[in-house]
Every structure is written in structure tokens, then in C-alpha cells.
Design a protein around this ligand. Structure first.
Ligand SMILES: NC(=O)c1ccc[n+]([C@@H]2O[C@H](COP(=O)([O-])OP(=O)(O)OC[C@H]3O[C@@H](n4cnc5c(N)ncnc54)[C@H](OP(=O)(O)O)[C@@H]3O)[C@@H](O)[C@H]2O)c1
Length: 120
């Protein structure tokens, strides 16, 4: 079977980490985007025979990440992957409370990571 590529945001912990572990399949490639790499995932990838590429990126700076991803994809050999899948899992939940008490910067950051970054 031709290898596939999965790009997964927020793989350093939580649900993203659980998905990453399942996506580490022999011969397939997983590219993860989180601020913090997860070292246990590297060992899991070696054991599974999967290719793991972990980037330490801040999705609040979506345009820089989009540019880096675009360049990386362009550098892959043509036809290297049968399919490419993007899983936008990363997100932050702003402090929960009445909207009138919400911190504008906190809300903006959550929207940047959860809404703007996937749209880039
Ligand atoms: N758990 C819940 O009850 C719940 C409820 C509703 C929605 N959700 C959503 O479901 C998704 C997964 O939830 P979870 O509980 O597994 O979340 P989590 O444990 O808080 O993990 C969030 C992931 O997103 C990454 N992330 C956060 N900010 C980032 C940034 N600026 N740049 C890059 N990566 C960033 C984190 O990595 P780094 O910190 O290493 O960057 C981490 O890997 C999230 O989008 C969350 O908002 C969860």
C-alpha cells in the first residue's frame, strides 16, 4: 500500500496524542504541529515503523506555520503519498465565564489557534 501523510495539530498531549499513537502505522508518515514535541511519540514511531516528523510551532502565528508547511509539502517527492489528511485538533479553551468578564486577549488567542490557523 502506498504511504499516506497525516498532518495532526496538537499532538503533544490529550486527544491529539491518543490520535497520534493510532496514526503511527508502518510505512506511513505523521507530521505533528504543537508548541512542545512529545518524546515518547518518537519511540512509538520507531517501534511502529512509521515516519514521524514533529514540529515545535505556535499556531497563534498561523501565517508562519502555513508558509513552512507549504514549503515542506512542495519539497516532498511527487507522488510520495497516496493521500494527505489534515486533522485540526489543536485548540485552547478560554477561561469559561460571563462574556462581560472575558479577557479580550484570551479570546483572541483562542480564536487564532482554533479558527484562524485551520483556515490558513
Ligand atoms: N477536553 C475537552 O473537554 C474539550 C471540550 C471541547 C473541545 N475540546 C477541544 O478538543 C481538542 C483536544 O482537546 P484536548 O482536551 O485533548 O486538549 P489539550 O489536552 O489541552 O491539548 C491541546 C493540544 O493543542 C496544542 N496547542 C494548544 N495551543 C497551541 C498553539 N498555540 N500552537 C500549537 N499547538 C497548540 C497543545 O500542544 P502544546 O501545548 O504543546 O502547544 C496540545 O497538544 C482541542 O481543540 C480542545 O479545544 C476539548
Amino acid at each position: 500500500m502506498k504511504p499516506s501523510l497525516t498532518i495532526l495539530t496538537g499532538a503533544s498531549r490529550g486527544m491529539g496524542l491518543a490520535m497520534a499513537r493510532q496514526l503511527l502505522q508502518p510505512g506511513h508518515t505523521l507530521l505533528t504541529l504543537s508548541r512542545t514535541p512529545n518524546h515518547s511519540l518518537s519511540a512509538d514511531a520507531s517501534a511502529a515503523g512509521a515516519t514521524l516528523v514533529q514540529w515545535s510551532v505556535d499556531l497563534a502565528d498561523a501565517s508562519a506555520v502555513a508558509a513552512r508547511l507549504s514549503a515542506w509539502l512542495a519539497a516532498q517527492p511527487q507522488g510520495a503519498f497516496a493521500a494527505a489528511t489534515l486533522i485540526n485538533n489543536a485548540g485552547v479553551i478560554p477561561r469559561i465565564g460571563p462574556l462581560q468578564d472575558a479577557d479580550a486577549a484570551d479570546l483572541a488567542h483562542a480564536l487564532r489557534v482554533g479558527l484562524e490557523a485551520p483556515m490558513r
